[in-house]
Design a protein around this ligand. Structure first.
Ligand code: IYR
Length: 234
């Protein structure tokens, strides 16, 4: 075991019986497989504590050199949400009006998206994840960040899972370009907008595209010793 780390503490790890492991694994899969991205939100209020917990969960993500290169900005102020929506829609009108090539528009057609971003003002919370492209030391000098994109991707995944698990809905929205978020939310120069996520209850009449997920055999490849791996339930 490496002894290079300055201070190490014992790992707090819970060993479970295999049956229990299988039960938890399949329950989480079933629960996550019920998650859908929706663009139709209700304006019903959401307690701030729920958002706080989702951000705490996202903040448990592993990160390059444990630099935790993320800031979550949670907006419920209607005036700021309105400004965000206006700026996002301005960019998206350009995107849908020709900045996105035909192939991209074709790929999006089944999702039914357009330049109208009502979810930004309807959802009670909008959470914007900012990626710290580099760090800033106390003396103002820059500190290199490692794998900040991967780290923020993982944190975003945990956030999405947490929101779903608590019984709320979210949408991973990437208005492009996102520079207006830096200005509107007054973030420092080392932070780049990564993802915008409205959070709330789905609208009572929320609709989603009729999509299917790839089955396991299309997303997984195995290298195993002869005779291994036949115990799975497919
Ligand atoms: N940013 C645009 C377009 C868009 C792009 C992808 I890739 C999507 O999966 C969905 C939308 C928008 O938000 O409408």
């Amino acid at each position: 075991m490496s002894t290079a780390a300055k201070s190490m503490v014992p790992l707090d790890f819970q060993h479970l019986p295999e049956e229990e492991m299988l039960r938890r694994a399949s329950e989480l899969y079933a629960q996550m497989n019920r998650r859908r991205t929706t663009r139709h939100f209700s304006d019903r209020a959401v307690p701030r504590e729920l958002i706080e917990n989702a951000i705490r969960t996202a903040g448990t993500a592993p990160s390059g050199a444990h630099q935790q290169p993320w800031t979550f900005v949670a907006i419920s102020d209607p005036a700021i949400k309105r400004m965000m929506r206006e700026a996002a829609e301005e960019e998206e009108r350009v995107n849908y009006g020709g900045r996105m090539p035909p192939e991209w528009l074709e790929a999006l057609a089944p999702l039914g998206t357009d330049a109208v971003k009502e979810h930004i003002t309807t959802a009670p919370y909008v959470v914007v994840l900012f990626r710290h492209v580099y760090g800033v030391r106390a003396d103002g000098t820059r500190r290199t960040h490692y794998y900040s994109t991967e780290s923020c991707g993982i944190a975003a995944g945990l956030f999405v899972a947490a929101i779903h698990q608590m019984g709320l809905a979210t949408l991973t929205h990437t208005p492009s370009p996102m520079g207006f978020l830096t200005r509107l939310l007054r973030r420092p120069a080392n932070e780049k907008p990564f993802l915008l996520m409205p959070v709330g209850y789905p609208a009572p009449d929320a609709r989603v595209p009729d999509l299917a997920r790839k089955p396991l055999d299309e997303i997984a490849v195995w290298f195993e010793a002869e005779g291994e791996g036949e115990g799975g339930t497919g």
